[in-house]
Design a protein. Structure first.
Lengths: 494, 494, 494, 494
């Protein structure tokens, strides 16, 4: 199961930045509805704001209709709104803000007019040279109305367009100037374009339904709208879709395979389990994580259970490998939503209790292995362990299907400051005591590539070894103390 | 897991009428917050409207503050609203309308002034003599401002109060006039009263937290607010809670045990699995249902899976009994909400597809046993079976953890007209063909009492044999053709 | 001009309780739309809540559709809502709460089911025996869900219906038990009924448009929907409208003419100037008030101006009588609405200043006579006088087109507690000093009947002489200290 | 009175584009509240969207907080929102869209980051070379996210900033490239800047309150917040306000006085009557218009009345000049708002009737002179004339306090297409017949300069003689057929 739903009851979770969805239907002009359902399938990738922009390639050039708002897809869009948005090409976006503050102005897609008409642009990932690029642009008189990377990207596309024969050439040229993570979908008046950074940090794939092509973050969005998976966009690839030529590819930014650096957390946590990224099943990689935990951190017990929903697949893997029966131990309240009133500190109800309950029958008198995907601050884990004990579990063994978090992410994942990470400056035994478990095991670092059959990955958040140097300045205006951090990194290495 | 969440993606589900929650805190005057979280835990019992009424027993007699609205608990109430509602006693209600139309006027609790001050009243269940009682009242000059049974009950309490020494006596006298299902919580200026019909159709239990007593529909609401279960209110019992005497019981409406008639669907589907009703664990009864299915409808297969969330527990039971591995086969979109825009008939996206996806890795090449709690109209089942086949399942065997629905319910469950029930006038083989399964098995009728260790149950919806004669007239104004129906019932008996 | 608009910028104004509108269209079933515009024309009579109830006399008996909400007519109703409300008969209501607190539950019309089907009822005025009547009902087992008089009236109609041949007979019998002010419109399944108390406190009139009859508070509502005035409903009259017999009258509650007691403030302030009440033009009576002021409180000046909007007509009258030129001296901000944020006490902007500005050109160097309809607390008057002086007026003479307020109203007008009235225990010279005027004149008490050509009026709020004894108990639970008040009344008489 | 309120009941009215308000308070950081009330006073200048941006000059450079939304000032802003916006400098804007479509994206102020930090910019007026300027910018790689002129202006400021020592120098340089109408307020991190085009089309003035300076569209906004008028910003002037130097002026864009071209419609209709523009009282100019009408189009009558609110001042002037008594003849419903449901064509209620009623007493048996400020399409005038006759007026003489509209406006007023103008290709006698008046008189063209004591004005909408050549292309993408129009203009000249 997908663990992003975790957000809803667990403030102590990581957050993905964004999901993107673009479609070009050569036969119909109602793509807004497909984008709506596509975004709905990607909702776990961002719950703060969303938007849709569509255009009619047969209509006057550059007439892009867009609608954006704060909130979930089904809160922002109404039937009336969708029905007004006629078009055969369009892009959509769901957002959780990492870079750029959480305001309506920063919602995507970004719709812009430039010398050649109108573009709509949706972006997932964090650039590490956004601040630099922005300064450069400002010194030529550029103005910025948002604080999102996408505006910087858009500017570069517009500038490169002056020296490019085609919009896809301009997109390619612009991408060469970007450093960091970007999975990009662009709708121009007559073309749908996808671009993915050379490291392939974030997923991006192509699908097809009748005479419509889709470029989107995850394959689950293809399933949802009844489309078939065609292929992933490769790291460093720019893809252009037109009625004349179908899918045309430019591979001009590729790097040697070993320099690719997929975000491993997409597999462990972010992506929906029914998605496939670069050929690997997310679900299968989680089952594997569970199996590895069973091999590397075995323990005698009567029941393996997952913290819903994110721990379930790894729990199943652990059970399959260990032979210890799998079972459900928790009931989650399905109605927790954005407007849910959190219990006060002083109240007798706790946030965790209100959202999660234990099935006494399932755990009473049993030694329980409880699998979760990660521990960030650790503020929730101790409560859940206690709930299991209160319900009669005789032992509680915690297994985590990822290594301990130790470092910030610069590429699009919102990890709290190091000081707030439970694993920072603490041994595993320390953590075990804090959360009150009988034993605690994390996934071994070397297991990570095995989860994805050896695909090159980024494990910066576990090791501090990033595929490219982190930025010294943040587009958001927070300056990053590189020296101090470097020192810390070196000192804290095992 | 609880299957009421099903509602969200499955219009083809049954609906419970209501959940009730009352609390009297001898020490504090912030019960509104506890009612909020209690209702939140009962949300699966009703999603159309909700309300809270509180009073301060130390304040001027009869000053009852109430707030009600259409929508979910977290949509209707804001922090500001809750903070305004000071009181040490109060009741709350969540509602899905079966009797009485779905309007704000019909939201509960019902707050009323009468000769002795103010009462707030929350009711779960359907009376079968409501229309009769109402006519009688009207002939003495009564006026009605809603179309809910609760107003009829309130009137009788007010009238009986004139001849009663205490309000609990009045509640008891009023209850003696009611026929049908009622689990009732009443907050009077100085007392919290619970009453349950002699058949015990619907659950009602007592909990305690420090110096506060709670009367509510399900034990999960007690867990959620950190209270301990004290005991169930017995069928036919009226219970009064005061600071002076704690819990005081009247058992004057009890009937011989064999005339009790608990709604078996509370165990199979309505209640949350972490609740206990009359001493029986809902979760355990579902595990049992799965085990019975494995014994009575065995089949060779590679995987047992549940239709989320409602089928999961029975699937686990089937797996435990049969030894066939349990696994997750579906990913459900957690963001489907009340404002979700349903795909048009003509659209390429279907409602089921948008809400549910299959994990190909989990089912590919496998013979799958798929467990669901019921089939009502059958409009969803065929799509889910097809999705499993499309994902590569080689066989799909469907097992249903209840017998086939054949009859209406008069006691608080919203079952569609007989003509719309898939099992009506069809053999199991007919149904199997319609839903496209390789085999189909229902839970045997005689297994039902075994699910709950022999507690007397109502199985009217499966057999047409009701514990009391159905009404000839409906309070809602729909007249019921008893003759015609009786004929049908006799003719259709096997 | 109508002064209720005053509310918007002047918290220091009186408030009318309600406006009612009923219609029976023998030819069409879209009366909801006409009620909407009728209520819109009556909006000045109540801005807190509003509601519409309609029924189709050709449909099943007793199917009354209603919709109510807090706010203005154009805030509560949408096109969609109106279009759903099919019916050929219906009533509407706008409310400013005097009796009964300001909640959604207390919004009208009251829709009720009783022995003969459904009734919808809208009421303007305050009963003085409501508490008494309610106690009596409670002692026969009645329950109350609101705190408005209308529920008491409804109960009596329901009870009397048991002994009456017709609904209009029941309404008549019920009215005989009521004391105080009531202008009532009732829609039964097949009849539209209007009733007015014997004193005729509040207005009620009949209009006609094609084959539709209307009963409403003010004639301006007739003009708005394109209907013609037929006649006023007489004090003590019950009128029934049916397709068979048109307008049929019962005059059985009439009292000797001299006991009639129209609320004079309807003419001075509440009603719209384009309305006629009992044959007298509201506008004309205000012009007269101005003329009387000119005769009784003459002063030399260069300009007569009204405090918008309520003072304009009297200012015109003063100008016509005195020959001193009339002119506009103020600009009012038309955008002040219910959600307007009031300036904080500490802020440099004041509420009056934000809402009202002076036309310097109009007043500079001039001796100004400023006419207002009343001074309640006096908190606004001093600011306006100061604004005129700041703008260059050399003298400011204030004339008030009503006598000083000294007593509470028990019949439907919300007058603040005596202690807050500026005229309480103060001489006119005291008041003049407080508001900073060069001279101050009020309308003479004996002029009041002359405003309305000798119609018998109630002047209780000026004299403390009420047409019937005030109640000793308030339905709202505030007990009124009759003795103490009587003493005060006697002592304070001139 | 101000006639913009007309909008509310009269779709047949002209619309102003915008109002601007900037403030720099050297002593306090709560300017958001003053901007709120300032915009509230300017609401008549734009009702579609509004926004506020504030900054703290003592805080980190470039931290600009902004909030914008569709709707009226009191609909968009809440107390909570305002309280969050700390700052000592800021700008606000109300907008009615003429150029740029009516969307949230186009709401102002425009907040932008550029090389020197952050700017907030509010603009009133229409550029005629916006499309040209935008093309030029696009050819250097600029991107545009809105369709408003302000973005073009912002870009130029940002570009010029690279070669300017100060931001005010950059604003001045940018302004030199602009053609058309602009009254501009800019808040930079440390300076408040105002700029007005050399023709002075739109008003812009300076005020002071304690240690705070204000730059705003109309003086009425100064009165509202308790500030004193300092002086108008002169046509062609750029003004900079800082704590160090107070008001510093650059007059470098001035043109010979005779080339100035104030929009005369600001005096006739747009501005609030309590405002002064360039030394002239708006109210006084309307009184004069009425006097001129009395001189140029005299007629015998019994009553002069204005169509509320816009016609009242001219009516007073007509009365003063002619000696015919002035009186109120109409009652306007004050509750017409944005969400008001308009009567259907088929309904028996008309829009005019619902919003306006005649005081029969005032007009019955009288010869009435009815003054309005303009006739645009004429769709309302005929109904009002008819209403007067229905109320008993024996004659209705219409006088219009402006000449007939014949030409489009390119400088910020939204005039319908020529074909829709009632005066297009029609004689005054034709129009008189259409509206059903007994006589009709317009203000003479040569009277216009006399209204404002000889200030140079733009009368392009009456004569087609514009102070500068109209654009051939519209930024909105509507291409304007210059040839065809020129031909028409020449042919249609008298």
């Amino acid at each position: 199961m997908n663990e992003l739903y975790n957000n809803l009851y667990d403030e102590d979770a990581l957050h993905e930045e964004c999901g993107v969805f673009g479609i070009y239907d050569f036969d119909a002009n109602d793509v807004a509805s497909s984008i709506y359902y596509g975004l709905f399938a990607l909702q776990h990738r961002g719950q703060e704001s969303c938007g849709i922009a569509v255009s009619d390639t047969q209509g006057p050039k550059g007439n892009m209709l867009s609608y954006k708002g704060m909130g979930l897809v089904n809160e922002v869009f109404t039937t009336e709104q969708l029905e007004k948005m006629h078009g055969d090409i369009g892009v959509g976006h769901v957002r959780y803000s990492t870079a750029g503050s959480s305001t309506r102005e920063n919602a995507q897609p970004l719709v812009l007019n430039y010398v050649k008409g109108t573009l709509a642009l949706a972006h997932n990932g964090n650039l590490i040279n956004a601040a630099e690029l922005r300064h450069d642009l400002e010194y030529t008189g550029a103005i910025f109305q948002t604080t999102i990377d996408s505006e910087v990207i858009a500017y570069h596309i517009a500038r490169e367009r002056l020296n490019s024969k085609t919009v896809e050439e301009a997109v390619g040229r612009a991408c060469r100037k970007l450093k960091g993570a970007y999975s990009l979908v662009v709708a121009s008046p007559r073309k749908l374009i996808g671009a993915r950074d050379p490291q392939g940090f974030k997923p991006l794939c192509i699908g097809k339904r009748d005479n419509a092509y889709i470029i989107t973050s995850e394959t689950c969005a293809l399933d949802t709208i009844g489309a078939t998976f065609v292929r992933d966009i490769k790291p460093g690839e720019v893809v252009t879709i037109t009625p004349e030529n179908g899918i045309v590819s430019n591979l001009d930014m590729t790097v040697p395979k070993e320099q690719e650096a997929r975000c491993i957390f997409e597999y462990i946590y972010f992506a929906r389990p029914d998605s496939h990224i670069d050929g690997e099943s997310v679900y299968a990689s989680r089952i594997k994580a569970g199996r590895f935990l069973a091999q590397d951190s075995p323990v005698e017990a009567d029941l393996v259970t997952g913290v819903p929903e994110s721990g379930n697949a790894a729990a199943l893997g652990y059970s399959l490998e260990s032979g210890i029966p799998y079972g459900t131990a928790f009931v989650k309240n399905a109605y927790v939503g954005r407007t849910f009133i959190k219990p006060k500190q002083s109240a007798r109800e706790s946030s965790v209790q209100v959202k999660l309950n234990v099935l006494k029958e399932a755990v009473q008198g049993k030694r329980v292995i409880m699998i979760d995907d990660s521990i960030v601050r650790g503020t929730t884990s101790d409560r859940i362990v206690k709930m299991l004990r209160d319900a009669g579990a005789t032992e509680v063994h915690v297994r985590i299907s990822s290594p301990p978090f130790l470092w910030p992410c610069y590429f699009g994942t919102d990890i709290p400051a190091r000081e707030q990470l439970i694993a920072y400056n603490r041994s595993i035994e320390d953590i075990r005591q804090i959360i009150g478990a009988d034993s605690l095991g994390y996934l071994e670092l070397e297991r990570l590539p095995q989860l994805v059959n050896g695909l090159p990955i980024c494990n910066g958040c576990f090791t501090g070894n990033y595929p490219m140097d982190p930025p010294t300045e943040d587009i958001r205006g927070d300056y990053y103390d590189k020296e101090a951090d470097l020192e810390k990194r070196i000192l804290s290495r095992p």
